[in-house]
Write a protein that binds this ligand. Structure first.
Ligand SMILES: *[C@@H]1O[C@H](CO)[C@@H](O)[C@H](O)[C@H]1NC(C)=O
Ligand SMILES: *[C@@H]1O[C@H](CO)[C@@H](O)[C@H](O)[C@H]1NC(C)=O
Length: 829
């Protein structure tokens, strides 16, 4: 019983060691007779057999009953029950090793079986074997980790450890991590033997590749069956700005029209950054812009649109090569190239520069002379800069391209300053753009003068009239010539050609003002001496060499009534007695005589009329007013006086008229003696009559001489020609004599091909009718030579004769018509 008091349940529970010590003491007291030991797994069902105690203790069932065998235990919980009737020990309560022992191993509990009469104490130790009835467990089902992607290799991450209440082999044995590239698992043990694990980074994380990792950590024990527990490891990779922006193209190409307006879209650049958040936020900008490009293009910093900001001029830059930069917030950058080609727009007109221009150009410049060299530039390119250069089509110029962009303006024809003294040459340069642009430049070309025009008289010949008895120095007439050249080349001086008039130099008659061309009379002219002057005026310009031309001026001297009529017959003498006889038998109309008068004036001034001024018997005679014939107008009768005296007035028709009177003695008688007696008083007329007679005879002699001379000349000419033709006839050449149409013997010369005909005679003074044939008229012959050389030679000779400049030649036979007026007059009488 004392035992009972000794073995306090409380003490059992509190300290096993002490309990064992007690059992040992009992042994020492020899109270304990035996001890048995059983091993059972935990968690056996109630009533499960632990062991046959009776058998094991060597006790029979009677003893057990008799001894009132029972289990003595200090514990409050009775895990076992002793079946005394069978002598076996069974499980009476669930036994949980983990509850009973915790981590203590081996785990066992003990109790005593006590018997009375005699008291016997047997010790029973029941060892509880562990059963794997617990899986390893983690405290949390999820484990969240945030790891920066910049974590270096070898970085450690301690993981949550799992718990397994089982012991021994059933306890947690190892951790397993789901396979992955980045981490390896390392298992470690705490000092108390519990196991834990850590992950070691073996390959860097890349958020951009794998922003999250899902791993599973599995803890397994060693039981059978094996049990395990797991935890999900959710790893979030934290971004680090480890990625630079990257352009999607290394080169962006774009085109833009020249002069594109502001805000014209050009292109968009795009860069991407694998980083997230601000690390991936990109701004765009141009990098290191040269010069003024910053004023021309603009880039939207957020979206990368490049557009026009300023003025794009193809002529300044044909291509822009810009670097564009993309930058993230972390400062990483990428650059790309933007090539912007500018498309030319035809916005520049060609520019014409005159490199050289020669003006004035001489009018004798030959065609093909270069007038100007021009340079044409067009800032545009390609077709927009291709230039065509033209000039006025109506002008004699053309444009020739010499070297690139240089053009020569050359003359196409010769110049004539007199028709076109200047040209406005418009050079037009047009490019080939669409629409084309053009510009023009006008060159004012002057043509300088060359003395290529001789002065030209306004008329081919001039006739002037001057009244005789003019005052010397009087201006008669003005010739004028024009010279279409310019300035000095057109400055005309007038000169008199040095010719002779009636053997005296023309300058003694006429002078000319060399500047004005006014002809002055040097002397007073007398129509009765000279009726006209033929002179040649030369107009000469001031060029070098000078050019000249001449004109014939014929000055007609006009008659003035400065001469009274002269009575030639009847000759008036004071001494001699001349009378016309009229027979008494004369009928009415009997021609008594004819008053012959001349007037050296001409025309009206020489138109004479006759009038009977006084008469002894006015009824007997009359004078023909036109012809001066004195006729009887009635029958003469015996009563009429023998001596009749008539006074006839001869009057010219000039203004005022001049007159002369003549006395005509008429003897009305049948016999000379009768007359003589009557006319003794006429003797005073004799002297006058003698003089008149002398003049008449002289005149007749002169006229006869001239007539005979002419006849001789004509005959000799005829003979000469005849002889000449004979000579030619005897040569073997076919000879066809040819005379100008004036002659009757014209042949059918129209059929002949080459006709050369010259009839030339020289005359010194036609008024004297003194013809001289200086050339034999052998040229009035046609020569047809079968061998043409002979003919040609001959022709040449003849030509030389004609070309001889100093022999004024005139067609001779015309001169024969110019028989002096006086002679004609005489012959008419
Ligand atoms: C050339 O141009 C000038 C100035 O415009 C003008 O005076 C002149 O008459 C022109 N000449 C011709 C030949 O057109
Ligand atoms: C005058 O002109 C003519 C032609 O017009 C020419 O034949 C002649 O020789 C000239 N006379 C002089 C003296 O120059």
């Amino acid at each position: 019983m004392e035992f009972k008091g000794l073995l306090q349940p409380k003490t059992w529970r509190l300290c096993g060691l002490r309990w064992q010590v007690l059992i040992f003491l009992l042994y020492l007291n020899h109270i304990v007779r035996g001890q048995i030991r059983y091993s059972i797994p935990e968690e056996m069902k109630k009533g499960s057999l632990i062991g046959n105690v009776a058998q094991d203790l060597g006790l029979d069932l009677k003893r057990l009953r008799a001894g009132r065998a029972r289990i003595v235990t200090g514990e409050s919980v009775q895990y076992t029950e002793l079946k005394t009737d069978k002598g076996i020990l069974v499980v009476s309560e669930r036994i949980d090793r983990e509850q009973l022992c915790g981590d203590v191993t081996p785990c066992s509990f003990s109790f005593e079986i006590i018997l009375e009469n005699p008291i016997e104490l047997h010790r029973v130790v029941v060892e509880i074997l562990d059963v794997n009835d617990h899986a390893p467990t983690f405290q949390n089902s999820d484990l969240k980790l945030e790891i920066s992607e910049s974590a270096t290799i070898g970085a450690r991450f301690i993981l949550e450890s799992a718990e397994d209440p089982d012991v021994g082999v059933n306890d947690l044995q190892k951790y397993v991590l789901t396979p992955n590239d980045n981490f390896v698992l390392k298992q470690l043990a705490n000092p108390d033997g519990s196991k834990y694990a850590e992950m070691i980074l073996q390959k860097p994380l890349d958020r951009e590749e794998n922003p999250r990792l899902s791993l599973k950590l599995i803890a397994v024990d060693g039981g059978n069956p094996q049990r395990s527990g797991s935890v999900n490891i959710e790893i979030t990779v934290l971004d680090v700005n480890d990625n630079a922006p990257v352009f999607n193209q290394s080169v962006y190409r774009a085109t833009v029209m020249e002069n594109a307006p502001k805000d014209t879209y050009i292109t968009t650049v795009n860069a991407s950054d694998a980083d997230s958040g601000s690390n991936g936020q990109i701004t765009y900008s141009f990098s290191k812009l040269k010069g003024s490009i910053a004023d021309i293009f603009v880039i939207d910093k957020d979206i990368g649109i490049i557009s026009v900001l300023g003025h794009i001029d193809f002529e300044k830059d044909k291509k822009y090569d810009i670097r564009v930069e993309a930058k993230d917030q972390g400062g990483f950058t990428d650059t790309s190239q933007i090539v912007i080609e500018v498309i030319d727009v035809n916005d520049n007109a060609p520019v014409i520069n005159v490199m050289s221009f020669s003006s004035p150009v001489s009018e004798d410049a030959p065609p093909g002379t270069t007038i100007a060299v021009i340079n044409v530039k067009d800032a545009d390119s390609e077709r927009n800069g291709q230039i065509t250069c033209t000039t006025n089509t109506n002008l004699p110029f053309k444009i020739k391209s010499s070297i690139t962009s240089y053009y020569n303006l050359i003359s196409d024809k010769g110049f004539d300053r007199e028709t076109t003294p200047e040209y406005n040459i418009t050079i037009t340069a047009t490019d080939s753009g669409s629409p084309p642009l053009s510009s023009a430049r006008t060159l004012h070309l002057r043509i300088s003068d060359v003395n290529d025009n001789a002065p030209l008289f306004h008329q081919s010949s001039y006739s002037a009239y001057v009244t005789e008895n003019n005052s010397p120095g009087m201006s008669i007439f003005t010739v004028s010539a024009r010279d279409s050249d310019w300035n000095q080349n057109a400055r005309i001086s007038y000169l008199l050609e040095d010719t002779q008039i009636s053997g005296t130099p023309v300058s003694t008659y006429i002078s000319i003002n060399s500047e004005t061309g006014v002809l002055h009379a040097v002397r007073s002219f007398d129509y009765e001496q000279i009726k006209h002057l033929k002179l040649s005026v030369k107009a000469q310009d001031g060029g070098s060499p000078p050019l000249s031309s001449n004109v014939t001026v014929k000055i007609m001297i006009q008659d003035q009534n400065d001469n009274a009529p002269q009575v030639l017959y009847p000759v008036q003498t004071s001494s001699s007695l001349v009378a016309e006889m009229v027979p008494r038998s004369a009928d009415v109309g009997y021609l008594v005589t004819k008053v012959v008068a001349v007037d050296v004036d001409s025309g009206q001034n020489a138109w004479l009329s006759y009038k009977l001024q006084k008469a002894t018997d006015r009824a007997l005679f009359e004078v023909g007013s036109q012809n001066g014939e004195i006729r009887t107008i009635r029958q003469v009768n015996d009563k009429d006086a023998v001596k009749q005296r008539l006074t006839v007035v001869v009057e010219d028709n000039g203004q005022p008229s001049r007159s002369a009177t003549v006395n005509v003695n008429v003897a009305v008688a049948d016999s000379f003696p009768e007359v003589l007696s009557e006319f003794t008083d006429f003797t005073h007329d004799k002297e006058y009559n003698d003089n008149l007679t002398f003049y008449l005879v002289l005149a007749l002699a002169v006229v006869s001489f001239l007539f005979i001379t002419c006849l001789v000349v004509i005959i000799s000419v005829k003979i000469y020609r005849w002889r000449q033709s004979r000579i030619l006839y005897h040569s073997n050449l076919p000879v066809i004599p040819y005379y100008p149409p004036r002659y009757a013997d014209t042949l059918g010369t129209g059929t002949l091909q080459h006709v050369y005909n010259y009839e030339v005679c020289r005359t010194t003074d036609s008024r004297k009718s003194d013809c001289q044939f200086t050339r034999p008229c052998s040229q009035n012959v046609l020569i047809m030579d079968p061998s043409s050389t002979g003919t040609m030679q001959r022709m040449q000779n003849e030509k030389n004769i004609l070309d001889e400049p100093d022999s004024p030649l005139e067609v001779s036979l015309l001169e024969f018509n110019k028989v002096p007026f006086f002679l004609e007059y005489i012959l008419k009488m």
